[in-house]
Each structure stands twice: as structure tokens, then as C-alpha cells.
Design a protein around this ligand. Structure first.
Ligand code: NAD
Ligand code: WQD
Length: 366
């Protein structure tokens, strides 16, 4: 028995694959569309090893509307979409902004048009804490609440903020049009999920983040230092006004983040709230030095690092106020930074080539 059918765009990526797993474990049917630009189909095998269920996957580009139409035609039972497919490298977005707007913004327009043609009316959107920009420019906005003014500082962040507006306008228009036709108008709903810093892997050690190129996020880079692929971590600045001088982020375990998508989807389907933004974070900030310490503890030895200058565009503090999601969605991050570090290390040790290798033997023997 399935409880519903969901299209997951970008579902072979890091957050998408964990959300697909959470959906399957909650008895949803999952159909993934992903062009495999930054992911691999091997994660489908891993999802199946863990859950005993396999999502269906179509290799397609999110800007290919006829292909999206065909997926909805093939699966008339789909009533909701979780939309992850996007380009996400902040630095690259300043070098090729048009490509970021094409994939992230035009891709979302294509998806919304195809959804509308097929009467698929719930969308959970991967937004980002990056839409807030530097919240320390305001007084009393750390930890950051959803009413903090939006002010992204790079093209990637602007594609996310633009998508929030496009989705809001479309959902409101669809609701108003339905009311004009004498219908209730509550059919269309959207969750704008603003994630803070996703971290960690599956505790089994067979599912994790597997970026295709050079990683640029703190934890994947630390993992490379731990396995000797990188000599040391470069710490971007120790002259911030934090307790140890390094910048503060809110690292949320990937399993908690995936669970947040499930509850947001259920909320849309049950409560019909219209458009609502929720922060998904723990509410607890950690510095770069604290992260190095925590991951070194998981690895069992000190990891080498060197303090260099600040990275352009970095901000002092991105810590969530997750109260709205805690209260409305009855969702709370349960796992700790230590859990994330231990799980990441298990994944890294077990899969030195990421998904470009078979899962560890003990899983295949099962
Ligand atoms: P990811 O790169 O692992 O996943 C994105 C997926 O989208 C990949 O599998 C990629 O192949 C696919 N994709 C890219 N372009 C596509 C296209 N044109 N057509 C179809 N598929 C395409 O990234 P992630 O970390 O899992 O992020 C998922 C979503 O969450 C993204 O929208 C990202 O912007 C957002 N987000 C990520 C973070 C983070 O730190 N990881 C934080 C906040 C928000
Ligand atoms: C974390 C901290 C760095 C690497 C990015 C995006 C954001 C969101 C999440 C998508 C910072 C420091 C890092 C290194 C370091 N993604 N650092 N040395 O910048 O908070 O957020 O990913 O929406 O939009 O900007 O994450 O992991 O890159 O950095 O010292 O080699 O680690 O300065 O303080 P960030 P990050």
C-alpha cells in the first residue's frame, strides 16, 4: 500500500537521494527525474539495499518540458513534487550566472508549467539559508527567523530567492483562479524549505554525499584530508567575531533534513496552507574549529589545517531559528554534530571512490 506518489527532481543527488529513501520508508511511491549532472545511478542500488525498495528513475533535464510531461503522463497518480534539481556551486554561479538562471529558474518554470498541465498541485522547494545573505546586518536576527529580510549576495542565492517568488506568485494565481471558478482554491500548496548546512551520511555507511568534481564544502573537504586525498584543510579566516575567530554555521544531519521534507510534504497534503517558508536547521551554531575538532575525534587523530584569509562572500554567522518548523511541522533535528561526523567518516572509509565502486562486500552478501 502506498500513501501517495511523489516526483523527486534531482533525486539522485545528495539531499534528493536521502529524501527519496525517507519517502520510500514512509510508503510513498517515488519517481525520480535527474540528468545525472552531479550524481550517479549507483545511489538507486544503495537506496534499495537499505529500504528493499527502488525508486523509478528517468534521466532527463529539468528544462525538457515534453520529457517532464511524459513522466506525469506515465504516472497519473503523482500529486506532489519535491524539487531539488539545480546547480549549487556559489563560486561558479558568479562565473556563469546565465547557466544558473537557466537551470535553476527556467527549470522551475518548466516544472511548474508541466505540473499545472497535469493537475499536480503540491510542491516542496529546495531553498537555502543563503537567501538571507548576511543576517548580521540587522539587529537581533541571529538565530535567523523566516521573517528576516531576504538579501542573497551571489547569483546562486538569487536564483533561489527568485524561485521562491515565482512559486509564490504561481500558487497564489492558481488559488485565485480556482476561487473565481467557484472552487475552494486550496488545491495548490508550496513549502519553501530554507536549509542550513547539510552534513553527514547514512549510518549504514553505504549512502552519502558523492560530489562529481572538486568539493567546496567544509565536511567533504575535511573527509578528503582524512583519507589523504588533500594535504590539509584551509581555514578561511580566524578573525571573525566568534568565540574562536572562525565562522559559525548550523550543520544539520542529512537524515533530519530528509525527514523535514517528509513532514513538509505531509503538511501540504493534509493542511493545504498555501505558500509557507520554513527554516530547516538545528538552531545550534558551530565554528569551523569546532567542526575540525569533532571530525578529528570521529577519525581518531588530529587533522592538519592552516588558517588563510577569509573566503570572498562568506558571512560570520548562519544559524537557524527553527521554531516555526518545530511548532508547525512538529519537526525537530534529533541527530548531533557528532553523529554527522561519525556517519560521514564511516561512509568515507567504506567508499573511498564514492558511488564509483560497488558497495562494501558485507552489504552484497546480505
Ligand atoms: P546535488 O548536486 O547533489 O543534487 C542536485 C541534483 O540535481 C543532482 O543529482 C544533479 O545531477 C541534478 N541536476 C542538476 N542539473 C539538472 C538538470 N538540468 N536537470 C535535471 N537534474 C539536474 O545537490 P544537493 O546538495 O543534493 O542539493 C539539492 C538541492 O538543495 C539543490 O536545489 C540545492 O541548491 C539545494 N540546497 C543545497 C544545500 C547544500 O549545502 N547541499 C543547501 C541548501 C540548499
Ligand atoms: C562552511 C564554513 C567556510 C571550506 C554553502 C553555500 C550555501 C549552502 C551551503 C546551498 C564557512 C568554512 C569551508 C574550507 C573553510 N548551499 N570553510 N575551509 O559557505 O556555509 O554554505 O553551502 O544552498 O549556499 O554557500 O558552506 O561548507 O562551504 O563552509 O574554512 O575549505 O567552513 O568559510 O565558514 P557555506 P561551506
Amino acid at each position: 500500500m502506498t500513501v501517495g506518489s511523489v516526483l523527486v527532481t534531482g533525486g539522485t543527488g545528495y539531499i534528493g537521494s536521502f529524501t527519496a529513501l525517507a519517502l520510500l520508508e514512509a510508503d510513498y511511491k517515488v519517481v525520480i527525474v535527474d540528468n545525472l549532472y552531479n550524481s550517479s545511478k549507483e545511489c538507486l542500488n544503495r537506496i534499495e539495499l537499505i529500504s528493499g525498495k527502488r525508486p523509478e528513475h528517468y534521466t532527463l533535464d529539468i528544462t525538457d518540458e515534453p520529457a517532464l510531461d511524459k513522466v506525469f503522463d506515465d504516472h497519473p497518480d503523482i500529486d506532489s513534487v519535491i524539487h531539488f534539481a539545480a546547480l549549487k556551486a556559489v563560486g561558479e554561479s558568479a562565473e556563469i550566472p546565465l547557466e544558473y538562471y537557466r537551470v535553476n529558474v527556467y527549470g522551475t518554470i518548466c516544472l511548474l508549467r508541466s505540473m499545472t498541465r497535469h493537475n499536480v498541485t503540491n510542491i516542496v522547494f529546495s531553498s537555502s539559508a543563503t537567501v538571507y545573505g548576511d543576517a548580521t546586518r540587522f539587529e537581533n536576527m541571529i538565530p535567523i527567523p523566516e521573517h528576516c529580510p531576504i538579501g542573497p549576495t551571489n547569483p546562486y542565492g538569487r536564483t533561489k530567492a527568485t524561485n521562491e517568488l515565482i512559486i509564490t506568485d504561481h500558487v497564489e494565481a492558481q488559488r485565485n483562479n480556482a476561487k473565481k471558478e467557484g472552487k475552494s482554491g486550496d488545491q495548490w500548496n508550496a513549502a519553501l524549505l530554507r536549509y542550513f548546512n547539510p552534513a553527514g551520511s547514512h549510518p549504514s555507511g553505504i549512502m552519502g554525499e558523492d560530489p562529481q568534481g572538486v568539493p567546496y564544502n567544509l565536511l567533504p573537504l575535511l573527509a578528503q584530508v582524512a583519507v589523504g586525498k588533500r594535504e590539509k584543510l584551509l581555514v578561511f579566516g580566524d578573525d571573525y567575531s566568534s568565540k574562536d575567530g572562525t565562522a559559525i554555521r548550523d550543520y544539520i544531519h542529512i537524515l533530519d533534513l530528509a525527514a523535514g521534507h517528509l513532514v513538509a510534504l505531509n503538511y501540504l497534503r493534509d493542511q493545504h496552507p498555501g505558500v509557507r517558508a520554513w527554516n530547516l536547521g538545528t538552531g545550534k551554531g558551530s565554528t569551523v574549529f569546532e567542526m575540525i575538532k569533532s571530525f578529528s575525534h570521529a577519525v581518531g587523530r588530529d587533522l592538519p589545517y592552516e588558517v588563510v584569509g577569509r573566503r570572498a562572500g562568506d558571512v560570520l554567522d548562519l544559524t537557524a531559528n527553527p521554531k516555526r518548523a518545530n511548532e508547525e511541522l512538529k519537526w525537530k533535528a534529533k541527530l548531533t554534530l557528532e553523529d554527522a561526523c561519525e556517519d560521514l567518516w564511516r561512509w568515507t572509509k567504506n567508499n573511498p571512490q564514492g558511488y564509483r565502486q560497488q558497495p562494501p562486500a558485507e552489504f552484497l552478501e546480505k
